[in-house]
Design a protein around this ligand. Structure first.
Ligand code: UDP
Length: 310
């Protein structure tokens, strides 16, 4: 069976993908420094190496090299800008070298943040973005943009088979809800389940489009294993936009919570709108999201309820 290496395989996306690949019989190596992890959640049958991806070396050959290691939570990455940059520039370079030596297929999870504060909604892959190169979010969005350049350089110079996906706000079980790692959905659910105030930044009219984890896994597998994915840059997301205030209200309703909504100061450089144009991914991979926000939220709510005994 094919040999796969995943960086960041203990994280939210990585652990779900790892579990799926192990079930399908792949030989899997996971490299993760656990820097943003609370639990170890790698499948038993995977080989686990605790190391930062920028420092990892190996002579082993792989068929697929998947680079997921990153610090995607804004409140976390603005506090750790250099570690955030390292996994994107040095880490990407290192994973590319592993792929080049193996002549492997290289898959990268870039981000919808490469579009910054977009002026076009829904955002097609051809939109180059509206990004502040030295702003508070630049350690993440600019280093992700740079890593896309690096990956394309390996394709042009070495003919490497590279595939870049740009996920849009994926959520589901195993995503961290606590501290500054907590992204908006798990954080709001946790607050609602505890009947605490729901903390909306600014007026809450900023939007996102959310993708449920099972849809992300399905898209990622198709992208990885379909020959048509070679060399492509694809949005993996939802086109349905919701504003953050309405998201808070929906979560209060679905959890039957007594929480109040409070407004905190707006986040600096918070993108005002984000939604994916998925025309390309539909065409190339015959994929589109199948789980509605309400369905995905129900599952995530139940998971958090059981995990934290709420
Ligand atoms: N957000 C919020 N309250 C919170 C956390 C996030 O209102 O406690 C908003 C945030 O301002 C942003 C959106 O939710 O507009 C998504 O934030 P998240 O941290 O999940 O990730 P982003 O999409 O900004 O990378």
């Amino acid at each position: 069976m094919a040999n796969v290496i995943i960086s960041g395989g203990n994280g939210f996306l990585g652990s779900h993908l790892s579990e799926k690949l192990i079930k399908e019989g792949f030989d899997l190596t996971i490299v993760d420094n656990l820097s943003t992890s609370k639990y170890i959640q790698v499948p038993n049958k995977a080989k686990f190496i605790k190391k930062s991806i920028e420092k990892f070396t190996t002579n082993e050959k792989f068929d697929f090299v998947i680079h997921l290691a990153a610090r995607p939570s804004p409140e976390d990455y603005i506090k750790n800008p250099l570690a955030t940059i390292d996994s994107n520039d040095l880490g990407t370079r290192n994973m590319l070298e592993i792929a080049r030596k193996s002549d492997a297929t290289f898959m990268y999870t870039s981000t919808s943040e490469v579009y910054g504060d977009p002026k076009i909604i829904p955002i097609p892959e051809t939109y180059f973005g509206y990004v502040n190169p030295n702003g508070i979010r630049s350690c993440y969005d600019e280093s992700k943009r740079f890593s896309e350049a690096l990956i394309k350089a390996y394709e042009r110079q070495y003919g490497l088979d590279v595939r870049i996906q740009r996920p849009f706000n994926v959520y589901g079980s195993r995503i961290r809800e606590d501290g500054f790692y907590g992204r908006v959905i798990p954080r709001f659910i946790d607050q609602a389940l505890r009947n605490q105030d729901i903390t909306v930044h600014g007026n809450g009219r900023q939007t996102r489009s959310f993708l449920y984890i099972d849809d992300w896994i399905d898209a990622t597998r198709k992208f990885l294993f379909n020959k048509k994915g070679e060399g492509k840059v694809l949005n993996i997301g939802n086109y349905k936009e919701i504003n953050i205030l309405n998201l808070a209200k929906l979560i209060i309703k679905l959890t039957n919570s007594n929480s109040r909504i409070i407004h905190l100061k707006p986040r600096e450089e918070d993108p005002r709108r984000r939604a994916a144009d998925i025309t390309n991914v539909k065409k190339v991979l015959n994929w589109e999201p199948t789980v509605t926000l309400e369905e995905g939220l129900e599952v995530t709510i139940n998971w958090l309820k059981n995990k934290n005994k709420l």
